[in-house]
Design a protein around this ligand. Structure first.
Ligand SMILES: [Zn+2]
Length: 143
């Protein structure tokens, strides 16, 4: 709200959170890097880990609480192994672990996109989550 003109009162300025920042639109952490600038290195680190590490195809211990409680696979069962397989280019193996692995891979890595590409990729999420819900029900019924 501006004071009436001619009152001599100073016009309040909007506080700027990043007064001396070159790009005030992006918040910066203590390192001086914006979260957007960290996305590419984080994505590269995740992708590198997925390529370098190979979990056992048949784990001795399952992390899934749903599987542990019911004995049936949930919609996400096998997704960790599938992500490692997909990063190495083993698509058939990944789909064997979880049929929606390519979709899950795209959804996870869409989180690292910025700008217009992120806005487009985020549209994938509602449909992707619905697909995982339906897949989970199918896995439960057909198992
Ligand atoms: Zn599971």
């Amino acid at each position: 709200m501006e004071p009436p003109k001619g009152t001599g009162l100073p016009v309040p300025r909007r506080p700027t959170q990043f007064a001396n920042a070159e790009n005030a639109s992006a918040p910066r952490g203590q390192s001086g890097l914006s979260p957007s600038a960290l996305r590419a290195p984080l994505a590269a680190a995740l992708f590198s880990a997925l390529i370098l590490i190979t979990p056992p195809a048949d784990p001795h211990f399952r992390l899934c609480g749903f599987h542990w409680l019911t004995g049936h696979p949930c919609a996400l069962c096998g997704m960790t192994r599938a992500m490692f397989a997909l990063a190495k280019g083993h698509v058939v193996e990944a789909v064997r672990f979880n049929a929606l692995a390519p979709l899950g891979f795209a959804m996870v890595f869409s989180l690292f996109l910025t700008g217009r590409a992120a806005a487009i990729a985020y549209r994938l999420w509602p449909a992707g989550l619905a697909a995982f819900g339906i897949y989970g029900i199918c896995r439960l019924v057909l198992a």
